[in-house]
Structures are given as C-alpha cells and as structure tokens.
Design a protein around this ligand. Structure first.
Ligand code: FMN
Length: 196
C-alpha cells in the first residue's frame, strides 16, 4: 500500500508503513482467503499486553458466510452501507477479567488498551499485505453481543472491515468525498518532554 499525500508526511523518519496505513471505505469485489485472514489474526496475536494476559478475542467471517451477515447486521446503518463490500469482518472483543498472580479474579483494566494494540498489529499487517483495514466503533453492542454469543465478562471493542482496496468512485457521494487520508495533530500537541 503506497500513499503520497502532503498531509501524511511524517515529521521524523518513521517506517513508511505508519503513514501509509489508512482507513479507506472502498473495497474491490476480490475475496480474501481464510489463509489471508489468518495472517492478520496472527499479527494481532503477537501484540504485547499487561502481564501477557492477551485479553483480545477475535471473531471473524468471510463475505458470503452467515457469520458475516450477523456481524454486518450489528453495524449502524452508516457503516453497513460500505462495510458490506468488505471481504471479511473481524470483531475485536476483550476479556475483561483476569486471574492475578495471587490467584484472585480481578478486572483487567488494560483489556481495552491491549486489544487496541492487537487491532493496530492487524492493521499494519494488512497495510503490508496491500489490504485495507477499517475499524468501526459504530455498532449496536447489545445486538452484536447477542448475535455472537459474547461470553460474560467480555466487551466488544470494535469491528474491522478488511479487503482489497477498491475505487473511490464505487462509493455513494457523501462517502466518496471523504475517501481521503486524514491528517494528524502536530507532534508538539501530543508529546510533552518531562510533564504536561
Ligand atoms: C476505535 C475506532 C472506531 C472507529 N469507528 C469508525 C466508524 O464507526 N465508522 C467509520 O467510518 N470509521 C471509523 N473509524 C475510523 C477512523 O475515523 C479513522 O481511523 C481516523 O479518522 C484516522 O484515519 P486513518 O485510519 O485513515 O489514519 C474508527 C477508528 C477507530 C480506531
């Protein structure tokens, strides 16, 4: 995946993969194999986590499978409109309870943070594979939890649409105009030397 746009120019020499990854909504009709999805899931698997609890849980389905329709139906209409063209949908959930070193059950307050790391690993692997991955927080959590049989003590974090990049022209107009990579805050706005 290559991207040449002035608003995605890094201010310091990071790996080109970081600014090249972005979240398009246009997907081509090309399918993904189970093997291609497994590569993305494997990347997520290697994310770091607090005490190595690995709280991320991933539920995935390929377009055309009943599971895909179940995930799609859980999205808000805005997301459903474009995500239906994705080749796969991957739900990122978290297991929010953990067994501590003392053997006691406790909340894992890093479950969301660590699941975010897993999503980013997946997204970077997708970019490296020439695929588009687009996370969505716009879903009906109650409906999706029921459809997926989300176990007790787990939360839904995001749904990720994955596929081969498509043509922006394939999108309906309000989305087509938004099919451009986004800028970032300046480093000085987000990073502070010593203290806020
Ligand atoms: C947790 C999360 C939730 C998001 N929810 C949505 C969503 O519901 N619909 C959507 O179109 N994009 C969604 N996005 C995509 C963001 O808008 C996008 O990542 C952000 O604008 C940065 O752009 P980039 O990923 O292209 O660099 C979400 C992204 C994340 C990480």
């Amino acid at each position: 995946m290559t991207l040449q746009t002035p608003i995605r120019q890094p201010g310091h020499p990071v790996d080109p993969l970081f600014p090249a990854r972005w979240s398009p909504r246009a997907f081509s009709d090309a399918a993904l194999t189970e093997g291609q999805v497994k590569v993305l899931l494997e990347a997520a698997r290697w994310a770091p986590s607090a005490a190595n609890h690995q709280p991320w849980r991933l539920v995935w389905a390929l377009r055309g499978e009943p599971g895909f329709r179940a995930i799609l139906d859980g999205l808000v209409p805005f997301n459903r409109e474009w995500a239906e063209k994705a080749a796969a949908l991957i739900v990122v959930a978290s297991k929010d309870r953990m067994t501590g070193r003392d053997g006691a059950e406790a909340d894992n307050r890093w479950a969301a943070f660590d699941s975010g790391a897993a999503w980013m690993s997946l997204a970077l692997q997708a970019a490296r594979d020439g695929l588009a991955a687009h996370a969505m927080g716009g879903f009906d959590a109650t409906a999706l939890a029921a459809a997926l049989g989300l176990p007790e003590g787990h939360s839904l974090q995001a749904v990720v649409a994955v596929g081969h990049p498509g043509q922006p022209e394939s999108l309906p107009e309000p989305l087509r105009a938004r099919e451009v990579p986004s800028p970032r805050l300046a480093l000085e706005e987000i990073a502070f030397h010593g203290r806020f």
